[in-house]
Design a protein around this ligand. Structure first.
Ligand code: GLN
Length: 484
């Protein structure tokens, strides 16, 4: 099977050769045939999706040519789609249903996209492998014995396995880019504020972003353009410069494009096979006349510590709302405090508990200055590293992860090893700048991606650069060896 390409389906729908209803039925057929093995999907409402598809078909017949009209879409199960569950991959939200649409979901629905399923994830988006889901974890379609990457595990698997051409995940420190690299798809983490987070369950609010996922940059741009733009419901949101260039996306001319390779990212920890793929990808850019330079981001070695101190601090505060009073099942308990403690103890998994404890510790009296405040200062230094690098280059190219997808269980008993899978993905979010992951080839049959990072608000330029690369390469067209 060729990769499901939204831009091709778009043409078919516009020409009247395809119907949205047929595409949505096919999505359900594939989910039915494959998801017993892949576990990417947590919830569906087939009747509602088919109704939406038929409405899209009516709009298509009237000549409506909205970019995502009629295209199937999968949503990470920490995004609100009115009436459906929002489990966040946790037991503590059993029975909770979204009372409203997230702004990004509402905009896609208004544009005629058809959500077909809610996707699996690490509990409250905390994880790098998908294994911290409270439910059966999603599996990598390229090798069922390996993790798909996390935390947007199900959303990425859904695109990789051809359930839908578009999916939404969320990215706090790598959660769309890392699984995209492990499963051979393309994913964007936009500039902080480019997409509204209203209706995305908060993990670490100074870092969280919604991230679109698709087979290619051109596909992804269709959904991104519809979602982007200021939202009065999220005061951190803003209008994205260059949004009108997203449809249709044009390839960037690579001649003279200054691409920086941060020397701190090409270290011993990088698996040799992955390093070779990156070199080959960089040669593709160089052959088109790109100007490749080495740059330095000298504070990179502090990134993991900084991220995990700030992330856990914000997690400990954000997750205090899950207490048995407002959402989900309530444990009996005697006093109010006992009830809350019991509800949280039963409802939350080990990784979430670990982060709440770590974060509460970082923020506590006597430790605040030593940990939280120091991490905030380190964040400023990391941001300045990027500012300085972008004085001499237009884009940075780096690995996404030190290796390819790892086997189940390889890192679950060693939190530090799991955190180190994020070593290349946490830094750009700390600076609020956009970055994307796209397929760069295969090592021993397993995919690996390359990451592009740009200055703030350069999202469209990053997608144009990725599009240029994808017109010159075919890695993103390869599909996994799994059959419906
Ligand atoms: N893997 C990272 C973490 O566990 C990133 C998670 C995310 O981006 N949601 O925090």
């Amino acid at each position: 099977m060729a990769a499901v390409a939204a831009v091709d389906w778009r043409k078919g729908l516009d020409a009247g050769d395809l119907s949205s209803e047929a595409l949505v039925r096919d999505a359900f057929r594939r989910i039915g045939a494959l998801d017993d093995r892949l576990h990417a999907i947590l919830a569906m409402d087939e009747e509602r999706s088919l109704r939406l598809a038929r409405q899209a078909d009516i709009r298509l017949r009237t000549g409506d040519r909205t970019p995502v009209l009629g295209l199937p879409l999968v949503l990470k199960d920490n995004l609100h789609w009115s009436g459906l569950q929002v489990s966040c991959g946790s037991r503590i939200l059993d029975g909770y249903r979204a009372p409203y649409d997230a702004t990004v979901v509402g905009r896609l629905l208004a544009a005629g996209a058809v959500p077909v399923a809610k996707a699996n994830l690490d509990e409250f988006a905390m994880g790098s492998s998908g294994e911290f889901s409270a439910f059966e974890p999603a599996r990598n379609p390229w090798d069922l014995a390996r993790v798909p990457g996390g935390s947007s595990s199900g959303s990425v698997v859904a695109v990789s396995a051809g359930y839908a051409p578009l999916a939404l995940g969320s990215d706090t420190g790598g959660s769309v880019r890392l699984p995209a690299s492990f499963c051979n798809v393309t994913a964007l983490r936009p500039t902080y504020g480019a997409l509204s987070r209203y209706g995305l369950t908060a993990m670490a609010s100074s870092l969280d972003q919604v991230g679109p996922i698709a087979a290619s940059a051109a596909d992804l741009a269709l959904a991104f353009g519809v979602m982007a733009g200021r939202d009065p419901m999220d005061s951190t949101s803003m209008d994205l410069p260059g949004r009108e260039r997203l449809n249709p996306l044009r390839p960037k001319s690579l001649k003279g494009l200054r691409i920086g390779l941060p020397k701190e990212y090409f270290t011993d920890g990088l698996e040799p096979g992955v390093g070779d793929l990156l070199e080959a990808a960089i040669r593709v850019f160089a052959r088109q006349g790109a100007d490749i330079r080495e740059v330095s981001l000298p504070h990179t070695r502090y990134a993991i510590d900084t991220y995990y101190l700030l992330c856990t601090s914000e997690v400990s505060s954000n997750l205090s709302r899950f207490d048995g009073v407002r959402y989900g099942p309530r444990s009996p308990g005697g006093s109010l405090t006992e009830m809350m403690a019991e509800t949280r103890d039963r409802g939350l998994g080990p990784e979430v508990k670990r982060r709440i404890l770590l974060g509460a510790f970082c923020l506590s009296k006597g430790y605040y200055d030593a940990f939280y405040l120091k991490a905030l200062r380190a964040r400023t230094l990391l941001t300045r590293d990027f500012d300085r690098a972008f004085e001499s280059v237009d884009v940075l190219a780096t690995p996404v992860s030190p290796g390819t997808a790892f086997p189940f269980g390889a890192k679950t008993d060693d939190p530090l090893a799991m955190y180190l899978a994020d070593v290349f993905t946490v830094t750009a979010p700390l600076a609020g700048i956009p970055c994307l992951s796209m397929p760069a080839g295969f090592v021993g049959g397993l995919p690996a991606g390359i990451q592009l990072i740009g200055p703030g608000c350069s999202d469209v330029m990053l997608l144009e650069t990725a599009h240029a690369f994808q017109l010159l390469t075919s890695h993103h067209l390869e599909t996994p060896p799994i059959h419906a």
